[in-house]
Design a protein around this ligand. Structure first.
Ligand SMILES: Nc1ncnc2c1ncn2[C@@H]1O[C@H](COP(=O)(O)OP(=O)(O)OP(=O)(O)O)[C@@H](O)[C@H]1O
Ligand SMILES: [Mg+2]
Length: 421
């Protein structure tokens, strides 16, 4: 191909990207005009060099399409912005949660906060949508499109899909295998060594040049600025969608930990099951989640509230609408919420008495989406006899803590050793 031909090919590639609604990458002077100038004034040998350099540059700048085919959009979208991002940092902190994925980049803050779900074409295994876009497709896809959540209870259940999702996440952040990003991933403290290895491998196969793990309660404690290196107990309770973990941290390590594989998803399911049994109405877990957020409470004596839900009769299958009360939702949540509080109390009971004593003064730091459950704070406080604090950034604090570690991987070696076993 001649230099001019390459220029035209590049131009038509850019037009093609435009047609697909993406921002073209600024060609930094390698446009048609500058090619025309080089063609007339550059000797043949130099032209060959320029041609090779052009291809290499083109490859470097293109996100990796090798298996996902997905190339971004959203919070950090389009290649023009992606190039800017690469200039700032290729190191990412990722909180790859059961329900939500959050990505922090040093110097850029939170660049991605999306549901951990992808829509995939089953014929080509291409990722068609990520996050909210994919979530909107749940239950509305054609036969050959499925929506997948690659994590269950904080662990990867579908390795291939986890890899594809992480690849799509990197692409959304403007990074590809060619950028050799380094990734710090949070992992549940309860994760087994096999689950940890799977997460690391998925990130590396998705394009990370290296993937290092940090336990989520430790990342949260760092994000909260707790004195983790001092000889005093700092307590973090993370209620996520698939896990509920309490950890007592002291002298840079987790001294006591109680991890339960229950979380918000289980509450949603318990609500939908309860409504089916008590009201003869079939609703999805997604509607169960809506009920939890709108009128759910950990306090059975909460003032009465009602919400209208659409479903179908268990017996006849006919569509039906019912008023569901906050009492019903609280009853459905009761057992699981008590188990979560029991986990926190058990963790404090296992901690050395001096450190448990510190918790009485310093309190429990509640993080994760579950921190927003109505009435959960007083319930935990009563169940553990310890004050409970919730911060405003409770859902992003794990990613924030991990991001703070990006520069300090050497200094914080001990934290990573434990998580990477
Ligand atoms: N206002 C609210 N009331 C009750 N629950 C809520 C509220 N807002 C969010 N949640 C729940 O929080 C959960 C998501 O929390 P989070 O994003 O911390 O989970 P995750 O990090 O993806 O999961 P995990 O850490 O367990 O892998 C969901 O179950 C969601 O329903
Ligand atoms: Mg989480």
């Amino acid at each position: 191909m001649s230099v001019g031909g390459f220029a035209r090919a590049l131009q038509s590639f850019r037009n093609g990207q435009k047609l697909r609604g993406m921002n073209p990458v600024p060609l930094r002077g390698w446009d048609e005009a500058s090619f025309a100038v080089s063609r007339s004034s550059t000797p043949l040998r130099s032209r060959g060099f320029l041609w090779i350099f052009g291809i290499a540059w083109g490859l470097w700048i293109l996100p990796d399409h090798s298996s996902s085919g997905y190339s971004g959009g959203g919070v950090v979208s389009g290649r023009a912005r992606a190039v800017g991002l690469e200039a700032v940092s290729r190191d990412l902190a990722i909180d790859f949660g059961t329900a939500n994925t959050r990505v922090m980049v040093k110097g850029r803050g939170l660049v991605l906060d999306e549901p951990s779900v992808i829509a995939v074409d089953t014929r080509t295994r291409e990722v068609l949508a990520l996050g909210h876009e994919a979530s909107d497709l749940v239950g509305r896809t054609a036969d050959h499109v499925v929506t997948v959540r690659p994590l269950h209870q904080g662990a990867i259940t579908d390795f291939d899909m986890a890899e594809r999702m992480l690849r799509a996440v990197l692409a959304r952040c403007g990074l590809s295998r060619m950028s050799r990003p380094r990734v710090l991933l949070s992992v549940p403290a309860a994760a087994t060594s096999i689950e940890r290895r799977a997460l690391k491998q998925a990130a590396e196969r998705a394009g990370a040049s290296s993937a290092i793990l940090i336990e989520a309660p430790m990342a949260a404690a760092i994000g909260l600025d707790l004195p983790i290196y001092e000889a005093m107990g700092s307590v973090v309770l993370d209620i996520g969608a698939g896990t509920t973990e309490t950890a007592v941290i002291s002298l840079g390590g987790v001294v006591a930990m109680k991890a339960l594989r229950i979380g918000g998803n289980d509450l949603d399911h318990a609500i939908s099951e309860y409504v089916r049994q008590e009201l003869d109405l079939v609703i999805s877990d997604r509607v169960g989640e809506e009920l939890k957020i709108r009128i759910g409470s950990a306090n059975p004596a909460t003032p009465l509230a009602l919400a209208e839900v659409h479903g179908r009769r268990t017996s006849s299958g006919a569509p039906s609408t019912e008023q569901v009360s906050s009492e019903v939702v609280a009853s459905a949540m009761h057992e699981l919420v008590n188990a979560m509080v029991g986990g926190a109390a058990a963790c404090l009971a296992e901690a050395p008495p001096e450190l448990a004593q510190d918790a009485i003064f310093e309190g429990i730091h509640l993080v994760g989406g579950g921190a927003a459950i109505d009435g959960i704070v007083p319930l935990i406080s009563q169940g553990t006899s310890v004050p409970v604090h919730v911060v405003s950034n409770s859902i992003s604090v794990v990613a924030e803590g991990a991001a703070r570690c990006l520069d300090e991987i050497g200094r914080l070696g001990a934290l990573f050793e434990a998580a990477n076993r």
